[in-house]
Design a protein around this ligand. Structure first.
Ligand SMILES: [Mg+2]
Length: 390
């Protein structure tokens, strides 16, 4: 038998609402319902809106009539995609194996990280949740178990508990399955539910008590896989997507509150360096840079600008980023974090600009950055502390 895996399913809580609250912190702890930009129906609700009785899919005019004190922003999927990239970036920084399942969900293979972080798997979940909350200001629920199907089931349970972390251990599996209706299992739709019920199968435990050959006849290969996944055997690995990201984001809390411009600038330059190294790993360049500042009281300040030409070079990006930082910086505010967002990745930019390109200096930049990357590969991440930090 293969070595047992530990899989987490990280699921953002009421994702669209959480994004709206991240953008506008005044919406926190209030009844918020995000409306579809197509038909105006409610597609995401805050806890408070749920408690008020607003229903999923309810049209705006009805919800508004009954619950006029709720707030109804219209979905901004472009922004939600940006926040999603930020969440996924934290997960990818945490584990090398991350499979993005939807805009607000990803499987993370935690196997072996117990030793790396010197924490048990439950505490790793707690740590990951705290990191996403701290760095992206998004609350997530995390299910942990030994297969994707069980991790998914655990994440559904995690949503309803205060810790937002739920782990299904090997010894608890049968007990959990006994208390799980088959329609709650990931991948079992309405039709299959009806079919199973006609065969007297109501709970997940009754499903796993069937033989592989019976499930093969009734459902096919997927039925067998489902049974093994429910018993805690992983049948499909967490597939790492190595496609070029649309956006690269790096941010981290300082650990202190500060108004010191030079300190913040140094932190920003460190993130720029990490982001550029990532661009180079994907052999691509970016054409837009964004700078984020988060205040002690969680207000977010953001400015972005297009670059003159696509680049993967720290010094080019830093020059613009520090100007942006100066624009949004206020010496009277205490800050807790800064970050950089590189966008328009892989875009060519305007051809004419190449006329102004100095190919000699380009070559020098390339040599220098290759040197950074080699050093870091050999030693450790962020060993390179670049002179421009001063
Ligand atoms: Mg979700």
């Amino acid at each position: 038998m293969s070595k047992q895996k530990v899989i987490a399913l990280v699921d953002c809580d009421s994702f669209f609402v959480s994004c709206e609250q991240k953008r506008n912190p005044e919406l926190k702890n209030r009844p918020v319902c995000v409306l579809s930009n197509k038909d105006g129906c409610v597609i995401s609700r805050s806890k408070e809106a749920k408690q008020m009785g607003v229903r999923m899919g309810e049209p705006y005019f009805m919800a508004q009539k009954e619950h006029s004190n709720a707030i109804y922003p219209v979905a901004d999927h472009e922004y939600y995609a940006q926040v999603s990239y930020q969440v996924m970036a934290v997960l990818k920084d945490f584990s090398p194996y991350v499979q993005i399942y939807s805009v607000d969900e990803a499987f993370v293979d935690l196997t072996g990280l117990e030793r790396l972080y010197k924490k048990n798997y439950y505490d790793l979940g707690v740590m990951l949740r705290e990191r996403v909350l701290e760095e992206v200001d998004i609350s997530v629920s995390i299910g942990i178990s030994s297969s994707k199907t069980l991790a998914k089931l655990a994440s559904d349970k995690a949503k309803n508990i205060d810790s937002h972390i739920y782990q299904i251990n090997m010894c608890d599996i049968l007990n959990v399955l006994e208390n799980t209706k088959i329609e709650e299992i990931w991948g079992i739709g309405r039709r299959l539910t009806d079919k199973m019920k006609r065969n007297g199968i109501i709970t997940a435990l009754e499903l796993v008590n069937k033989s592989d050959s019976w499930l093969d006849r009734q459902v096919g290969i997927n039925g067998i896989q489902m049974r093994h996944e429910l018993l805690g055997e992983m049948t499909s690995p967490v597939i790492n997507e190595e496609t070029t990201p649309k956006s690269i984001q790096n941010t981290r809390a300082f650990g202190i509150f500060t108004s010191d411009f030079n300190f913040i600038k140094n932190e920003l330059n460190m993130h720029i360096h990490t982001s550029c190294a990532r661009l180079r790993r994907y052999d691509t360049k970016c054409l837009q840079v964004g700078v984020m500042l988060r205040s002690k009281d969680f207000r977010v300040f953001f400015a972005q600008k297009d670059l003159d030409a696509p680049t993967d070079f720290e010094f080019d990006i830093s020059k613009i980023a520090v100007e942006l930082l100066a624009e949004i910086y206020n010496p009277n505010i205490l800050y807790r974090a800064t970050g950089v967002v590189l966008e328009k990745i892989g875009e060519q930019g305007i051809e004419q600009l190449s006329l102004y390109k100095d190919s000699d200096s380009d070559e020098k930049k390339q040599k220098l950055t290759k040197c950074f990357d080699k050093l870091e590969k050999k030693f450790s991440k962020n060993i390179v502390k670049i002179g421009f930090l001063k």
